[in-house]
Design a protein. Structure first.
Length: 72
């Protein structure tokens, strides 16, 4: 993992050309950092905690369905 130190309004760039992502520190307040993200329109941006939550929910649902099939 690359760890960088940035101040408000400083930017990092990931990738090159048309697949470039820019992440700008917009604000730092107490224990919160606000980021601005610019990415190509075809690139989806997700918050990791939501992906983890949704994956856990899908696993629970598939386990429940699998358990029902095993009992039949």
């Amino acid at each position: 993992m690359l760890t960088l130190t940035r101040k408000p309004e400083e930017t990092i760039i990931i990738g090159e050309g048309s697949e470039q992502i820019e992440i700008t520190v917009k604000e730092i307040r107490r224990n919160q950092v606000r980021l601005g993200i610019s990415a190509p329109d075809n690139m989806r941006i997700y918050r990791k905690e939501l992906l983890v939550r949704d994956a856990a929910r899908e696993n629970m649902e598939s386990d429940a369905e699998g358990g029902a099939d095993a009992r039949e």
